[in-house]
Design a binder for this molecule. Structure first.
Ligand code: NAD
Length: 258
């Protein structure tokens, strides 16, 4: 497919999204589909991601679902190749799937939490990049977008496994931006702040409101689509000179001291 390098559209581009069944991944899949992309929606929760793709197809949009546990190295290769075969390539990889991983450093079971956090939140990213790379190299507008967290930039007590994994994502982003830049592959990272998704749904409303009022500049939680819009912006062909960037989408959380 030929792509106008100044294009501000993802129409016709193929985007592979992990963790697309819920929250930011779901909002991202919906936004890219509405913008005319071919959406490969993948998730551990296979029925939910199938239901998402069916709904998008019913609206006349282009989307297909795959069950994918990003902690499964072999499945990453199989699904990535299946996506490329189905749509004739991959232009945009969005590493979004995630879990929370709270555990005090001296808690029993910390090792298991650490291993799972690193596997899902960091190791999976490099594996998906390596699986998608041959396909991205054939794209006229190759983009990698990693979803990290403001926990990569500051940190919360009892969240060290998650914070370490997310800080790893920012390092991986920079290193791959440098390594792949000469090939025109851009690699960027978004650090969402507090966003209303499945991950934060269990927090009582009053606690969410208090946190947002005290900590963010905008005084509220973000909506998943507010992150999806930044992801879309980074995926545009016209975003060709943005790489290695670590971009907070956090309602001003990181900007605020008091
Ligand atoms: P969510 O729970 O709504 O969605 C996460 C999705 O990832 C789910 O559909 C889940 O099934 C999927 N998933 C979990 N483990 C998986 C695995 N092993 N393989 C494949 N899919 C898996 O949460 P969300 O908030 O939308 O999370 C999206 C990303 O944003 C995550 O990387 C998360 O760490 C990050 N994040 C979230 C917030 C927030 O406040 N919600 C803030 C910063 C960063």
């Amino acid at each position: 497919m030929t792509v106008d390098p100044a294009s501000r559209s993802v129409r016709g581009l193929t985007v592979l999204i992990t963790g697309a069944a819920s929250g930011m991944g779901r909002a991202t899949a919906e936004l890219f589909a509405a913008e005319g992309a071919n959406v490969a929606a993948t998730d551990l929760a296979e029925p939910a991601v199938r239901e998402l793709a069916d709904g998008l197809q019913a609206k006349g949009l282009t989307a297909e679902a795959w069950g994918l546990d990003v902690a499964d190295a072999a499945a990453i290769v199989t699904v990535t190749d299946a996506v490329a075969a189905r749509f004739g390539g991959i232009d945009v990889l969005i590493n979004n799937a995630g879990i929370s991983a709270f555990a005090p450093i001296d808690s029993q079971g910390y090792e298991a939490v650490w291993d799972r956090a690193l596997a899902v939140l960091l190791t999976a990213h490099q594996r998906l990049v390596r699986a998608a790379l041959p396909h991205l190299r054939r794209s006229a507008s190759p983009r990698i977008i990693n979803i990290a967290s403001t926990e990569a930039l500051g940190a919360t007590a009892r969240d060290s496994a998650y914070a370490a994994a997310k800080a790893g994502v920012t390092g991986l982003t920079r290193a791959l931006a440098v390594e792949l830049g000469r090939e025109g592959i851009t690699v960027n990272c978004i650090c969402p702040g507090p966003i209303l998704t499945g991950m934060t749904a269990a927090i009582p409303d009053a606690d969410r409101a208090t946190f947002a009022r005290r900590r963010t500049a905008l005084g509220r939680y973000g909506r998943p689509e507010e992150v999806a819009h930044m992801t879309l912006s980074l995926a545009l062909p016209a975003a060709s000179y943005i790489t290695g960037a670590v971009i907070p989408v956090d309602g001003g959380l990181m900007a605020r001291n008091a």
